[in-house]
Design a protein around this ligand. Structure first.
Ligand code: HEM
Length: 132
């Protein structure tokens, strides 16, 4: 199985695990006051549904889909919009990997390495919109 297939299957198992998105936001919000501050007025139930699609966009991009959706996220997360500073994506990535390890009991080292590559690639597209 290739790396993006492994990641796709792993994401399927994560989405089937009921507390996956709750645990992700628990870890992400715990990672820094700068993260918590961004979500003070957010409906977190709605946000969890949006992120479900957002992560799928990252995975699909790594599988060859055009970067249109990720560029749109780059616009909403840009300095002149929500102002999500680039270093916050490191916290996002580590919180997500931690949550994957907790929820996908079949995720081996190759799967986690595949995830890291998929995420880094997509995040670079979003971050490229920061100063655009
Ligand atoms: C909103 C995805 C990283 C903070 C959103 C939305 C999506 C999304 C799909 C809703 C649509 C939109 O507003 O454009 C992602 C993905 C990320 C990421 C895939 C990583 C690759 C981050 C990071 C932060 C952040 C690092 C830092 C705190 C927010 C905030 C909102 C948002 C504050 C708006 C919440 C509200 O409506 O109140 N994100 N995001 N995101 N994101 Fe992200």
């Amino acid at each position: 199985m290739n790396a993006t297939d492994r990641v796709m299957q792993s994401y399927g198992r994560c989405c089937a695990s009921p507390a996956f998105f709750d645990d992700f936001y628990r870890h992400f919000l715990a990672s820094s006051p700068a993260v918590r501050e961004k979500f003070v007025n957010t409906d977190m139930a709605a946000q969890k549904l949006l992120l479900r699609q957002g992560i799928l966009n990252l995975v699909m991009h790594a599988r060859g889909m055009p970067d249109t959706k990720l560029r749109a996220l780059g616009c909403t997360h840009a300095r002149t919009a929500m102002d999500i500073r680039p270093e916050l994506y490191d916290l996002w990535l580590e919180a997500l990997l931690k949550t994957i390890v907790e929820h996908d009991k079949q995720a081996d080292a190759a799967t986690l390495q595949g995830w890291r590559e998929v995420l880094v690639k997509g995040i670079s597209v979003i971050k490229a919109g920061y100063n655009a």
